[in-house]
Design a protein around this ligand. Structure first.
Ligand code: CTP
Ligand code: MG
Length: 160
């Protein structure tokens, strides 16, 4: 039981910058899209209107601030950058599948930023397999919860 609690607390401490990075664009995002309105060879947008420069920067900055306050600045930065890159990769894939901005793709939407966060920060701070499994289970649940809250706060157009 004690061990389970340790995994839970360690995992949350580890991933906090990434979660904050992922939530920041909903509050601070908007303005110029990261893909500068460019279309890919398939004629669809590279990333779409929902991935903005301000959103990306706010994610990296807010997540890094959390990392600094935790006394792990570099990990915080890498987790946040990974989260924002993972989020972009997710949108890139969604556009290639012909899914409109804001359309949902279950696993991709929820785990994409997480997987990239872990990949980016792993070289600096490794995380045990139990934490990875716990975070893969927890993140979709939190995602659902925060999306519903964001929808009611009118921060997001879709509550999924
Ligand atoms: N956002 C932003 N810039 C980013 C990432 C997100 O401005 N780099 C903002 C946008 O307002 C976006 C919201 O955060 O609508 C929620 O992000 P997300 O759920 O990742 O985007 P979706 O609306 O689902 O768009 P996509 O289909 O491209 O994933
Ligand atoms: Mg989404």
């Amino acid at each position: 039981m004690r061990d389970i609690l340790t995994v839970v607390i360690d995992s949350l401490w580890y991933i906090l910058p990434s979660y904050i990075a992922n939530m920041s664009p909903v509050v601070f995002g908007g303005g110029k899209p990261l893909d500068f309105n460019k279309k890919f060879i398939d004629g669809r947008r590279v990333l779409g209107d929902h991935k903005t420069i301000r959103g990306f920067i706010s994610g990296v900055v807010c997540g890094t601030i959390v990392g600094v306050s935790q006394g792990r600045a570099l990990q915080g930065f890498l987790l946040s950058l990974g989260a924002m890159v993972g989020d972009m990769v997710g949108s890139f894939i969604k556009r290639r599948l012909g899914i409109e901005e804001g359309g949902s793709v279950p696993i991709l939407d929820q785990e994409g930023f997480l997987v990239f966060s872990i990949l980016f920060s792993y070289p600096v701070e490794n995380i045990d397999i139990y934490s990875i499994i716990f975070l893969l289970i927890l993140t979709p649940l939190l995602h659902k919860g925060t999306n519903i809250i964001a929808y009611y706060l009118k921060l997001k157009e879709v509550g999924h």
